[in-house]
Design a protein around this ligand. Structure first.
Ligand SMILES: C[S@@+](CC[C@H](N)C(=O)[O-])C[C@H]1O[C@@H](n2cnc3c(N)ncnc32)[C@H](O)[C@@H]1O
Length: 508
């Protein structure tokens, strides 16, 4: 599996070192190809055969745009298909508290008249793939629960990610709907490897022409856990060579390498004995939802923020406060959860640039997901921070996330001075300053904050992510749960407290 952990070894291929520059180069891989025929398990042996019969690959209609370089900003996005409305116009749409969304545009032109069922992609809907979805370490079970709730099958939590099975439409849905996954990697080949030449053979035996060709640019990344291979860089090169040789053999041309904005991304994962090749269908990491404007000070990744909310037990139907809100990540994710906004609805994905992308189907999936968005927020979402620049960044981020100005209430306030809104007790989910850079303990912050919680937040749940394992002692609260988690490379704990009337309940 591809581990999304700080410890894994990862690299991506650099264009400078590529031997693709020499198209006439002769490869000496006959032994490797023999091994491949004997041992490689690709997705579909029959397809291999058919792929050979239909070479060279027929030119496809309507795909020229893929060769024209970067897309204009905002292309292929849903809310964003219209330019961001200027502030004065936005108010017109902000007639209910929630998402600032005009009705989705209906499919137009040829695609609108053509039922997608009849326009089968090369990846048929009956074909299912093993999929690996990496996630921040510590969120595996929460991700498994999410994928199961989304209706995926054969879901199992592993190390730093989950496995499941999906057809091509399911892959699109996972990209669109998963709040916790970092990527959606479709497994296209797996086989035993003992030398770098075996990697070449595995890559060469995989029917890449189903998904991309020389008209697309390519990037290959390699990661490994306990692999005996000497050089991951060489393994990466062998995988890339196998892919490019295959496409040259079948279609007469090799894709160029682009490490910055590739059309097709392939991940090679190596363990002690096996190589697995994945097609990365996400492109940019899924935590990049497309709304972050200001990075703020130590912002959480969006999928980790969503994971904290999932682990805290908050379900979007009670009040939520983040008193150290920084750039607003937790609250913006919370608003999306409460309003049922699909997290991927405002960003492009790598699968949109693959061969035979069914844009009509993709638009239909997004339109269907949009119909589930609730018109208004019924619960208070409150964010505060001592730093006025953080509040400014949070407000800008919320606006870019197309939330109406009243969806989240942000204010400049010391966490020691917060008060609960009227109504039933809710949740505080927060990411206070920690580490040397954000040292806070010296200020007596925790003792004071604890007094505030005990005095005013009877019955509230408080969930705090921190690197400081002594936080419960500083707060003089006993944690009901402490969940190990990684925030990037930082090993953290999510402490879960329950505040009980002016004091706290000793539960441990
Ligand atoms: C780790 S950052 C939070 C990052 C946030 N989760 C995000 O995604 O952007 C901690 C925040 O706590 C704020 N802070 C520090 N001391 C504070 C205090 N006494 N009261 C309120 N906010 C405080 C800092 O200004 C900083 O924005």
């Amino acid at each position: 599996m591809v581990a999304d952990t700080p410890s894994r070894k990862t690299l991506s291929i650099k264009p400078g070192g590529s031997r693709d520059a020499d198209p006439d180069r002769q490869r000496t891989g006959s032994r490797a190809h023999r091994i491949a025929r004997a041992t490689v398990r690709t997705r579909d042996e029959g397809d291999e055969q058919r792929a050979g019969e239909r070479r060279p690959y027929p030119p496809r209609e309507g795909n020229d745009e893929r060769r024209r370089g970067p897309r204009p900003e905002g292309e292929g996005r849903p809310f964003e298909r219209r330019p961001h409305a200027p502030r004065e116009n936005r108010e017109r749409y902000a007639d209910s508290r929630g998402i600032d969304e005009r009705p989705p545009r209906a499919p137009r032109g040829e695609a609108a008249e053509r039922p997608y069922a009849g326009r089968g992609p090369r990846t048929s809907s009956a074909e299912t793939y093993p999929v690996f979805a990496p996630c921040p370490q510590g969120l595996e079970q929460a991700l498994a629960d999410e994928l199961t709730a989304l209706g995926f099958e054969n879901v199992s939590a592993g190390r730093a990610g989950c496995r499941f099975t999906a057809n091509w439409t399911g892959m699109m849905r996972a990209n669109l709907q998963s709040r916790l996954a970092t990527r959606i990697l479709v497994q296209v080949a797996q086989g035993p490897v003992s030398t770098e030449d075996d990697i070449l053979a595995l890559a060469h035996a995989t029917p890449w022409e189903r998904w991309f060709g020389a008209e697309q640019t390519l990037r290959v990344d390699t990661s490994a856990v306990r692999s005996p291979m000497h050089s991951l860089q060489y393994c990466n090169l062998r995988a890339k060579d196998g892919i490019c040789d295959r496409l040259r053999d079948r279609e007469g041309a090799r894709p160029s390498i682009d490490t910055v904005r590739p059309d097709a991304r392939v991940h090679l994962f190596l363990d002690e004995t096996t190589a697995t090749l994945y097609l990365d269908t996400s492109g940019e990491s899924l935590f990049k939802r497309g709304w972050r404007y200001d990075k703020g000070e130590a912002p959480l990744r969006e999928n980790l923020a969503a994971g904290l909310l999932a682990l805290s037990g908050w379900h979007g139907d009670t009040a939520l406060i983040d008193p150290f809100c920084g750039s607003g990540t937790i609250l913006i994710e919370a608003a999306y959860i409460a309003l049922r906004v699909p997290p991927g609805v405002s960003r492009p994905f790598a699968f949109e640039r693959l061969r035979d992308h069914d844009d009509y189907l993709w638009r239909s999936l997004k339109d269907e997901a949009r119909t589930a968005i609730l018109p208004r927020l019924e619960i208070p979402l409150l964010g505060s921070d001592l730093d006025p620049r953080a509040i400014d960044a949070a407000q800008q981020n919320a606006e870019r996330a197309r939330l109406t100005p009243d969806a989240i209430s942000f204010e400049i306030r010391d966490a020691r001075d917060i008060r609960p809104p009227e109504g039933a007790p809710g949740w505080i989910v927060t990411n206070p300053p920690y580490g040397e850079r954000l040292s806070a303990d010296e200020t007596g912050l925790w003792a004071d904050w604890s007094q505030t919680l005990k005095a005013h937040f009877d019955g509230w749940h408080v969930d705090v992510i921190t690197t400081d394992r002594d936080l419960p002692r500083h707060l003089r609260l006993n944690a009901q749960r402490r969940t190990p988690l990684y925030n990037g490379a930082l090993e953290c704990r999510l402490f879960d407290f329950e505040i009980v009337g002016g004091s706290y309940r000793q539960k441990l």
